[in-house]
Design a binder for this molecule. Sequence first.
Ligand code: IDC
Length: 581
Amino acid sequence: MIFRKLLGVCCAAALVFTGQTPVISKPSVTASAASGPVSYYGELQANGNQIYGANVASPVQVKGMSFFWSNWGGQYWNSGTVSRMVDEFKCEILRCSIGVDDYGSLYSGGDVNMLRSVVDAAIAQDVYVIIDWHSHGAHNNPDAAKNFFSEMARDYGKYDNVIFEVYNEPTQVAWETVKSYAEGVISTIRQYSDNLILVGTPTWSQDVDSAAYNPISDSNVAYVLHFYAGTHGSQLRGKADTARNQGVPVFISEWGTVNADGDGSVNYSSTEEWLSWADSNQISWCNWAINNKAEGSSIFGGDGSSLTEAGNYLKKLLNTHAETAQWRNPPVTTTTTTSTTTTTTTITSGSDSQSTTTTTTTLPPQTNDTLHTLQAGSDNIIQGEAYAQMSGIELEECVNGGQNVGYIEVGDWLTYRLLASDQTNYEMIVTYAAETQTGRMKVYLDNQEVSGAFEMPATGGWQSWNTASGVSFTMDAGEHTLKLVAESDGFNIDSFNLKAEAVSSQPQDLAVTMRGDVNCDQIVDISDVILLSRIAAEDKTAPATLQGRVNAECDGNTGITSQDAVMVLRFVARLIQNFPI
Ligand code: IDC
């Protein structure tokens, strides 16, 4: 990420300001428990058609409110409102719409002081803040914008909190005109800052598709999409899908629950369609507006403080988002420490006494590449977190104990390495949770799909666990790879059981299992303990055959671990007569 970040700065410098050296210095921060979203996620950075957080190297979606035009809604532009938005509404981002308009000049130079007080308060509260040149005609006066952003980027460009929005809403003007205006303003900002820059798009920030076909050469730009749920619907979402399919990120810096004129009643059903689309694409948003004008989009009533219908609804939406926001519920970090245990066993037989010492290495539970041994005629429970490889998922603490796989999105996948002791039939039973929607995934065994459409109906909570079955397949004895591919967002996996049928006849390709005989020399002795310890420690040079690995499973728990080595040692030491399986 740091490399990408530096690369982004270099590219921007090379593309935009030939001969100039941008003055950019930022503290480097890593993801940790944070007081707010900015310390946790870090600077927002465009990456493909997503916005990533520099500290988390994964897509980030933040939600919040937009202040109203500074020239008309200035009574709210203060640190008290910022606190109320952060504490009561649970905003992660605030947008400051500095009143500019039609010919691109600020309505009142004094508004800049109000702006500074809000930006300072947002930085102090550790939330993101957009400095929005709120104009419908900014391209008519690029110099005013350059002067303004030069000052803002110089003073605020070093803060990861800050995002620059260079043009709220071009009206009916060609994208090429907007683009050339934006390039001028961007080059001014880039002298001081590599932060995310939002560029408005033609037709009141709806034509994100035209921008995507002719994007700006800068590594940290997103294109602005505005919608009003009472007026806009699937057609406008289609334009945004087109833009995203072209590979550019979109950012909803402003949206309304009402009609496009800012008034009318809250359209709940359309809002829900829009927001679930934004969620599934991890698109950040700010709602219009923090104001008390008598119009449907205002969140405050005539008394200036009570909440309107829109206000109550937004507070509920933002508080619901807070329950699952990643920075408030950071995934548990996987430990990678190993510990070494030395076991000394003294065997006394008559007057002879013999002492053996073995050293086993205990690996952490989430070691990648674990080979899961499957026993016929038995449940074989595999924890979700014990994957070999994955793409896009994260682990989190599970109420069932241990961890579960979470933050799954369409296209994310996990693989598991399996070692089947016998050829038999397996039924897969998945322990999953899906808060509101049906989770769907496909299952592949050695790259062959074996699942069809596998569905996991909603369970009502991210930690409300249920089981789903319906996938079964036959596996030969030996090593296999199981791959789970998400076909939907919105579900977690705790574990899955590969429930194996008993085998009626001895498989052809394996000798009779001799439990504990890991080196297959027909005798169980200390050399098996040593080899088993090496296998458990994932020593790739250990001479382990398939039959040996099958024989190594001695304690009845899936997976070859130091516990199996201890079990064989106890057997060799005659402390036990049989293995528990
Ligand atoms: C609207 C205000 C309205 C004001 C008008 C002035 O809600 O009270 O009279 O601006 O132009 C936008 C704009 C935003 C608009 C909003 C609602 O970015 O400035 O605010 N809207 O019309 N784009 C689509 C809708």
